[in-house]
Write a protein that binds this ligand. Structure first.
Ligand code: FAD
Ligand code: NAP
Length: 361
């Protein structure tokens, strides 16, 4: 079969995952458009090769080499689709007839291969607001809906309108509206029923032309105050988030990591009360009828903060982040994860669920 694009063989994935685990892909390709992607999927089908989709590798732990085709979508570009007066700008179909674009909104479409943080910066430069609290999250736009990325009180689902996908098995194109994506805390249909079945090629966002700042989470207000900013703009908020993150989180360029390694567990209010009695300094946040426990606090109390097992450690400034002290293997990461899970289970009777995806044949 003649292919428009190149498929590389035996490609190292070490520089393509932020944990820095040494693994390889038998075949590897970076399609820049849907035509190239369709050809690759046909090729994989014909040659009976399993397919895995890789973004920026910032939420992945490689457990083995991959005997198949790794596709890293490289579709680029940002298009303004629709603006507040409901004028259709691109020749694409309007997003939703039920939810017209309101006076202060824009609909923007972006390619899956764009870097998330660059996209956020671009939206701010255009006067399109909402994503400022999600600044500096590593990875690509295409992966962002997979776990409904979130930080500092904002989640992707608050601004995502729809995603366009191509099915790995059939090559069929489909649009998932926001409800169809079934977003929840660090979760979506792409981590559940459609896991490893769809390739996100584009995403649409509904952004604001008049900012609605969210400043009540974590240290944002304090950061703005110490910068002497009394009436912040969305760009100021983005800069505050960037500064806090740079101080607190390990830079994957310097020390390998995949961000938070476990999700914050959510327990019943009754169970929270019983824990709080035993552990009065327990850090937790109410979520309706449930309570979210700070996983980092549980790990710290279980004695893991700054500890190391083999080449993997819990980061000294944020115990929820596991780091690669050099040459860590997938097996070492999983051993550390299991040891932490076991300690937390024994001390608090709470199961920590891993956040990153484990990938391998
Ligand atoms: P990858 O790690 O490459 O892939 C993740 C999953 O998405 C895999 O299952 C993969 O198959 C799938 N996938 C990737 N691209 C596509 C596509 N186009 N179509 C379909 N499936 C796809 N996350 C947060 O939510 N909030 C944070 O604040 C945050 N901070 C972080 C800080 C650091 C230092 C690091 C290292 C990570 C952080 N993360 C955070 C986790 C991570 O950045 C996000 O989950 C990000 O969206 C992953 O993007 P990626 O492109 O690197 O995806
Ligand atoms: P932090 O501010 O020290 O807070 C610790 C935990 O408490 C966070 O996990 C956060 O939950 C929760 N929290 C803090 N303030 C809260 C509030 N007002 N209401 C409800 N929950 C609150 O955490 P951090 O490690 O420095 O991270 C800051 C933000 O970036 C967090 O939102 C975090 O999720 C995000 N982040 C995510 C990753 C990742 O890989 N997923 C990595 C780094 C940072 P939430 O996590 O639910 O927000």
């Amino acid at each position: 079969m003649w292919l428009l694009m190149q498929i590389q063989e035996n490609v190292s994935l070490q520089a393509l995952n932020t944990f820095g685990i040494d693994a390889s892909a038998h075949y590897f390709a970076t399609p820049e458009n849907e035509k190239e992607l369709s050809e690759l999927l046909e090729w994989a089908k014909k040659n009976a090769q399993p397919v895995f989709v890789l973004g920026g590798g910032s939420n992945i732990i490689f457990s083995s080499d991959f005997k198949g085709l790794v596709i890293q979508p490289a579709m680029k570009g940002v298009i303004l689709v629709q603006e507040s007066d409901n004028k259709l700008i691109s020749d694409n179909k309007p997003v939703s007839d039920d939810e017209p674009v309101l006076g202060n909104e824009v609909i923007v479409e972006v390619g899956a291969g764009e870097t998330w943080h660059d996209f956020v910066q671009y939206t701010l430069s255009q006067g399109w607001y909402g994503l400022e609290n999600l600044s500096l999250i590593p990875g690509t736009v295409g992966a962002a809906p997979v776990q409904n990325i979130g930080a500092y009180g904002v989640e992707l689902k608050d601004y995502l309108e729809s995603v366009t996908t191509v099915a790995i098995a059939s090559g069929e194109r489909r649009i998932f509206s926001r409800p169809e994506c079934r977003f929840s805390y660090r979760d979506s249909i792409f981590k559940q029923a459609e896991k490893d079945k769809q390739i996100i090629v584009r995403a649409r966002f509904r952004l604001l032309k008049k900012p609605q700042l969210k400043l009540d989470y974590g240290d944002i207000r304090q950061e703005l105050q110490s910068a002497g900013i009394a009436t912040p703009t969305p760009k100021d908020v983005a800069n505050a988030v960037i500064a806090i993150r740079q101080r607190k989180l390990p830079d994957p360029q310097k020390i390998g990591n995949a961000g938070s390694f476990f999700k914050n567990p959510v327990v019943s209010a009754a169970y929270y009360e019983s824990l709080k009695e035993k552990f009065p300094s327990l850090v937790a946040y109410p979520q309706g009828e449930y309570v979210k426990l700070a996983a980092g606090w549980l790990i710290e109390q279980a004695g893991w903060k700054g500890k190391q097992l083999g080449n993997v450690g819990s980061y000294a400034k944020q115990s929820l982040v596991l780091v690669n002290h050099g040459g860590a293997t997938g097996a070492e990461v999983m051993a550390m994860a299991k040891a932490i899970q076991q300690s937390v289970q024994e001390k608090f009777d709470v199961l920590l669920e891993m956040e990153p995806v484990v990938f391998g044949n």
